[in-house]
Structure formats: C-alpha cells, structure tokens
Write a new protein. Structure first.
Length: 116
C-alpha cells in the first residue's frame, strides 16, 4: 500500500533516473576544446612557457632568445542546483510537470563549463 510519505521518495528516485538518462543524451561541449585533468587540491597551479620568438631570415649565426616563464592557477569550485518542489504539486500527483523541469538540468549542467 502506498502512503503519502512514500511519494517524495518515489518522486526523487524517478527524478534521479530521468536526470541520468538526459545527462547521457547531452554531450558536454567543453570536451572538444579542453582536456580534463583530475584534481584533489583546492587550487591547481600550472607552469606555462610563452613568448616564442618570431621567425627571421637566416644570416650567419643563430640568435637565441629565452622563452618567458609564467604560471596560472585554477581554483576548484563546487557546483549545485536544487529544484524546489511545490508541496501541492506532490499532493496533486503532478510529477510530469516536475519531471519536465528536471529534464532541463542535465543540459544546463553540461553547458555550464563551456560558459566559463
């Protein structure tokens, strides 16, 4: 027998399933232009070489120029997005409208890194 207290748990299970299904359907865009690097620190600092000298006509000796050394840091952030569900929608069993809102979240999650 289904009790009203079971509805939020069942709805949450359905929302998780729908979210994961939609997440697999939306390929993130950032993977085309960036490389994912695992991190376990709050901030990652990367060394960078720059200032490559321009080409010039060869005369009789090589002229060496040093590369510029620099670095940059990327701070790791935690992200979240919580959906508020109206109690009346739960009690009126309007889960289809809740799931339609939930199905947009994976697309937003996969698109967010691209906007950074």
């Amino acid at each position: 027998m289904l009790v009203k207290t079971d509805i939020p748990n069942l709805l949450l299970a359905g929302m998780k399933k729908e979210f994961m299904k939609q997440l697999k359907m939306h390929e993130p865009e950032w993977g085309r232009v960036a490389t994912q690097i695992k991190s376990n620190k709050p901030t990652e600092t990367y060394a960078w070489l720059g200032g490559v000298p321009n080409l010039r006509e060869w005369k009789d000796e090589r002229i060496t120029e040093a590369l510029l050394e620099s670095d940059f840091a990327i701070k790791n952030y935690s992200w979240e997005s919580t959906i508020a569900v109206d109690r009346d929608a739960l009690e009126d069993e309007k889960s289809s409208s809740i799931n339609s809102v939930n199905s947009e979240k994976p697309f937003m999650g996969n698109s967010e890194p691209s906007s950074l």
